[in-house]
Design a protein around this ligand. Sequence first.
Ligand code: AMP
Ligand code: ZN
Length: 114
Amino acid sequence: MENCLFCKIIAGDIPSTKVYEDDKTYAFRDINPMAPVHVLVVPKTHVASLDAVDALSDELLAACLRTCRTVAHQEAIAESGFRVVSNCGCDACQSVQHLHFHVLGGKKMAESMA
Ligand code: AMP
Ligand code: ZN
C-alpha cells in the first residue's frame, strides 16, 4: 500500500535490518528497541491491524505467528522465554498502521503488561 512505512520496508524502498523472510512474512529489527531482542514480524500483505485480519487468510495469519517462533529460535531467546505483542488501535498506542507483532526477549520482562 502506498504511503505505508512497513510496505516500503518490505519492498526494500526503506532500509531495515532483516532478521528473517519467507514468501508470506518479513521480520526486521525495531529501530527503537525496548529489549535486547526486539524484532517486528509483518505479513507481506497490507492490513492495518489485528482488527482488520478478516482481510487476511488464516494461512497468512498463522504464518506470522510461526515466524515469531522462528525469530525467537534464531535469536536464541526461545528457551529463556519471549513475549509477542501486537498493539491495535489508539488506546494500545499503535503507531504504524500495518499489522505487526513485536517479538521481545533477552531479559526478564516486567510482569505488568499494561
Ligand atoms: P507500534 O507502536 O506497536 O505501532 O510499533 C511500531 C514500531 O515500529 C515501534 O516500536 C517503532 O520503533 C518501530 N519503527 C518505526 N519506524 C521503524 C523503522 N523505520 N524501522 C524499524 N522499526 C521502526
Ligand atoms: Zn503496509
